[in-house]
Ligand binder design. Structure first.
Ligand SMILES: [Ca+2]
Ligand SMILES: [Ca+2]
Length: 492
C-alpha cells in the first residue's frame, strides 16, 4: 500500500514537472509566421496570424452565420456562452498589457473552455479591444497567437504575439506625443463643457476642423497604416475613415460618452455610433468633413437614425439599433449657412432672418430680423455674416450689429479655423484675420470686468495643477498671476 502511494506520488510529480516544462520548451521551439491565416505546427504548438482586414471581413460573415440554424451553429453558440462570462475581463487584460507595450500576452487562463475552432473568436476579441480603446494605435495591423491543446482538444496554452512597428525610443515618443495631444484637446476644448451633447458636437467639430482626408494616398493606393489610426487624425491631421472613427472614439472614451465604431466590409468604410439619452445614433465624421467631399456639410452626418443612415450606408446587423429621429432637424431645417456656438446652432434659412435652435432641437428663436446673408460663421459669442462685399459682426449677448470689414469684391466664402477668420473673395484675393483675444478669458466676445473676476478665480494656479487651464495664462509663462492681470487690465 505504502509502495503504491509512493509510486503514485512519483508519477504525479513527474506529470507536474512535465506540464511545467512543456509549454516553455515549446515557446522557444515555435516560430512565427507573418502570413495571414498561415498555420505553423511545431511539437503540438500551433501559431496562427490574423490581420485587421480578416477582422473586418469577419464582421460580414457574422451576419451570414447568424442566419443559419441553431444546430449548425453549435461552435459559435459555445463561444458566445463563453463571451458572456469572460469577454470583458479578457479585453481589459489585453488592453492593460498593450498599454505596457508587451510583445507577448499569455491569455491561457481565459481560454481553457475554448478549442482551436474558437481561434477567430480570440482574434476578434483582440481587434474588438483595439476598436474599443484606439489609444492603442501603435501596433501593426496583424497579430499572431500560439496555442497548444490538451487530450480533449481544449486549449491549454495560449499566447498573443504583438509586433510594434517602432524601435523602443520611437515607441515611447509616439505614445507620449499622443497623450500630450489628447490632454491639450481636453484642456482647450472639452474640459469646461458639462453637457454631454455639447461634448459630442465639440468632438465632431474638432475632428472635422483638424483632420484632412488622405486623398493623395488613397488615389495612389498607398494609404499608410498610420492614416488608419487615431494618431493619424489627431497628430498628423491626416486620416481615412477608420482613423477619423478611432480618433472620435478616443475622445468619446476620454469624456465618458458611450460609443463604438461600426465597420462596413461592403462599403470599405467605418463610422461611429454614440449613445445619448438612452438612444443610439450614427455619426459619420469622415463624410461630414468638407475635405472628404467639397462643400460645407456641418451636421449632415451627426446623430442619424438607421432610417436616415440607410439612404447611403449599409452595415452588418450586429450594432445597436438607432431608432430615434430626434436629430433629423439638422438635415431638415438647417442648411449650409449655419454655425454652432456652444449649445446653440445659428442659421439663416433664406428668410432674411438669423435664427437659433438649441443643439437638441428643442427650442428655437429668431435672433435678428431683416438680416440677409450669403455666409454665416461664428467665434466666441460673435457671429460673422457676409452679404455682397461686406462682413458684419453680431455680438450675441448685446445683439449689436456692426460692420466688421468691407472687401472690394463679392465674398465667396467665410471660414473660421482655430480663431482665424478666412475670407475668400471673387476677384480681389483671400484675406485672414486673427480673431483670438487672449484677454477674453470667458470667451463671450468682449473684454470686461467679468474676465478679470474669472481670471481672479484661477490666481496662482500653475500648469502642473489639476485645475490648470491654459487659456487663462495670457502671457504663456505657465502660471496665472499678476502679469496676466496686467495684460488683461490694459485691454479694459
Ligand atoms: Ca469676456
Ligand atoms: Ca501667466
Amino acid at each position: 500500500m505504502n509502495k503504491t502511494l509512493k509510486l503514485l506520488k512519483l508519477f504525479l510529480s513527474s506529470l507536474l514537472l512535465f506540464a511545467l516544462i512543456f509549454p516553455f520548451e515549446n515557446i522557444f521551439a515555435s516560430t512565427l509566421d507573418s502570413n495571414s491565416k498561415d498555420f505553423n505546427n511545431t511539437n503540438n504548438l500551433t501559431t496562427i496570424s490574423y490581420s485587421e482586414e480578416d477582422y473586418i471581413s469577419s464582421k460580414k460573415t457574422y451576419k451570414e452565420i447568424s442566419n443559419q440554424t441553431f444546430k449548425q451553429n453549435m461552435n459559435l453558440f459555445n463561444s458566445l456562452t463563453y463571451n458572456l462570462n469572460n469577454e470583458y475581463e479578457l479585453k481589459q487584460y489585453i488592453y492593460s498589457e498593450l498599454k505596457k507595450c508587451q510583445t507577448k500576452i499569455d491569455i491561457s487562463r481565459f481560454c481553457t473552455s475554448l478549442t482551436p475552432n474558437d481561434a477567430d473568436y480570440i482574434f476578434n476579441t483582440y481587434f474588438d479591444t483595439l476598436y474599443e480603446y484606439p489609444d492603442i494605435f501603435y501596433t501593426t495591423d496583424s497579430v499572431s497567437f500560439t496555442y497548444s491543446t490538451d487530450s480533449n482538444n481544449f486549449i491549454s496554452f495560449c499566447e498573443l504575439q504583438i509586433t510594434y512597428p517602432y524601435d523602443k525610443d520611437t515607441l515611447n515618443k509616439v505614445i507620449n506625443d499622443f497623450s500630450l495631444k489628447v490632454a491639450e484637446i481636453n484642456d482647450l476644448y472639452l474640459q469646461d463643457i458639462s453637457n454631454p451633447l455639447e461634448l459630442e458636437y465639440e468632438i465632431y467639430d474638432y475632428i472635422i476642423n483638424n483632420t484632412k482626408y488622405d486623398y493623395e494616398n488613397l488615389q495612389s493606393n498607398t494609404v499608410p497604416y498610420i492614416s488608419h489610426t487615431a494618431y493619424g487624425s489627431l497628430i498628423n491631421g491626416i486620416a481615412v475613415c477608420d482613423g477619423y472613427s478611432k480618433a472620435a472614439k478616443v475622445l468619446f472614451n476620454l469624456v465618458g460618452i458611450d460609443s463604438g465604431i461600426i465597420v462596413s466590409y461592403e462599403m470599405n468604410h467605418a463610422w461611429n455610433y454614440v449613445k445619448f439619452d438612452n438612444q443610439y445614433y450614427h455619426l459619420d465624421i469622415t463624410w461630414a468633413d468638407p475635405s472628404f467631399d467639397t462643400g460645407k456639410h456641418n451636421y449632415s452626418y451627426f446623430n442619424l437614425s438607421d432610417e436616415e443612415m440607410s439612404k447611403d450606408h449599409i452595415w452588418p446587423n450586429i450594432y445597436p439599433n438607432c431608432t430615434s429621429d430626434k436629430f433629423s432637424f439638422l438635415r431638415k431645417d438647417i442648411g449650409y449657412k449655419s454655425f454652432r456656438l456652444k449649445d446653440k446652432i445659428y442659421y439663416d434659412n433664406y428668410e432674411n432672418k438669423i435664427k437659433s435652435i438649441s443643439i437638441s432641437g428643442d427650442a428655437s428663436e429668431v435672433v435678428l430680423e431683416n438680416t440677409p446673408s450669403n455666409h454665416l460663421i461664428g467665434y466666441n459669442n460673435t457671429l460673422y455674416i457676409a452679404l455682397g462685399n461686406e462682413i458684419k459682426s453680431i455680438n450675441l449677448s448685446s445683439k449689436k450689429l456692426a460692420s466688421f470689414r468691407n472687401t472690394n469684391s463679392f465674398i465667396n466664402n467665410l471660414d473660421i479655423l482655430n480663431g482665424i477668420l478666412y475670407i475668400e473673395t471673387y476677384d480681389s484675393g483671400n484675406f485672414q484675420f486673427d480673431l483670438k483675444t487672449p484677454e477674453d478669458v470667458n470667451c463671450d466676445g468682449i473684454v470686461d470686468i467679468l474676465d478679470l473676476s474669472t481670471l481672479g478665480l484661477k490666481y496662482n494656479v500653475k500648469s502642473t495643477d489639476s485645475i490648470w487651464r491654459r487659456r487663462f495664462d495670457i502671457n504663456k509663462d505657465s502660471i496665472i498671476d499678476l502679469f496676466d492681470i496686467i495684460f488683461l487690465t490694459k485691454k479694459l
